[in-house]
Write a protein that binds this ligand. Structure first.
Ligand code: ZN
Ligand code: ZN
Length: 243
């Protein structure tokens, strides 16, 4: 399985990084985890095969995680000329958010040349989506846009967890325990801020989580300025790993 960190940034463009988007190419499927506002540009920069993507899996509806969806749909319709079915899966409220996002960016009725399925996931239980088993966990970030989720994803033979955006919640232990890869937001180095994690907090909990590999992402300028003091692996735009 190959994972590309298409975008490892936050909502503010810290470090000149693209908004959150990870591309996972597994044995029988390929999918995106989050699709921030800059993600279509970032995918083209990384050389991601957009036509092969079966699923866009979303953690929450902030624009740095979700705002790229209208661009991707437009690209699929007019440039990539997609015919392959596409599923967009995410928190409850997805269908309404999708309609609003399209209406606000590229309004007008459109007949897509490919089947599009919008799938609102059940929180706290495994959801079978194509080749994947996805268990969403409700985390603590900003529920004004709907429940914010961490996802535990079980493709064949490997398990990945992505924290989404969140403060520390014990739910993350269950979501990420024993995974092959835990991609975790780490916004601050020392002092936690509301709605996000800090490395000082993660250091207390990561040993108990026991993930085989941890990669930190969604870093502020504060965190990026202290990367030399960080003992964990960190994401970069364009970073590719094999699991
Ligand atoms: Zn974010
Ligand atoms: Zn957010």
């Amino acid at each position: 399985m190959r994972i590309t960190f298409v975008g490892s940034g936050d909502a503010f463009g810290s470090g000149g990084r693209f908004n959150t988007c990870f591309h996972v190419a597994a044995e029988r499927t390929s999918f995106l985890i989050d699709c921030g506002a800059s993600s279509l540009i970032a995918m083209k920069w990384c050389g991601i095969d957009r036509a092969a993507i079966d699923l866009i899996l979303l953690t929450h509806f902030h624009a740095d995680h979700f705002g790229g969806v209208p661009f991707l749909v437009l690209d699929a319709q007019f440039v990539a000329k997609r015919t392959r079915p596409l599923t967009i899966a995410g928190p409850p409220g997805l269908a309404a958010w999708y309609e609003r996002a399209l209406a606000a960016t590229f309004p007008g009725a459109r007949a897509l040349p490919f089947p599009l399925a919008l799938r609102e996931l059940t929180i706290g239980a495994p959801n079978r989506v194509g080749e994947l088993d996805i268990t969403p966990f409700h985390v603590r970030h900003d529920d004004r846009a709907g429940p914010c989720l961490a996802h535990r994803i079980e493709p064949v033979g490997r398990t990945i967890c992505y924290s989404g955006d969140t403060e520390w919640v014990d739910t993350l232990i269950e979501a990420a325990r024993g995974t092959d890869l835990f991609i975790c937001e780490c916004y601050m180095y020392e002092k936690p801020v509301r709605a996000h994690l800090a490395l000082s907090i993660l250091r207390q909990h990561l040993p108990a989580i026991g993930a085989k590999r941890v990669i930190l992402t969604h870093m502020s300028e504060d965190m990026l300025g202290r990367l030399g003091e960080v003992e964990y692996e960190t994401a970069d735009d364009g970073k590719v790993i094999e699991l």
